[in-house]
Design a protein around this ligand. Structure first.
Ligand code: SF4
Length: 70
């Protein structure tokens, strides 16, 4: 079972809090919107599940979701 981070782009307002909380996976574009460090789905390694969950919980727009994939 793996996990991925999903950004709801209709809710995200940028400012990049998630990139500050999860710099191992995310950077910011020039407007502060999150960018993945590589292409494709944002796969979350097991070691980063806790900070990814925290980033999702702290997103002021509730725009980050940690999804489970089989
Ligand atoms: S913390 Fe939430 S609102 Fe802010 S940039 Fe990340 S996903 Fe968007």
């Amino acid at each position: 079972m793996s996990r991925s981070l999903i950004v709801d782009w209709t809710a995200c307002e940028g400012r990049g809090l998630c990139a500050d909380l999860l710099p191992e996976l995310l950077t910011q574009d020039k407007w502060g919107y999150p960018q993945h460090r590589s292409t494709g789905p944002i796969q979350v390694p097991e070691a980063l599940e806790r900070p990814a969950r925290q980033a999702a919980r702290m997103c002021p727009r509730l725009a980050l979701h940690l999804a489970t994939e089989n």
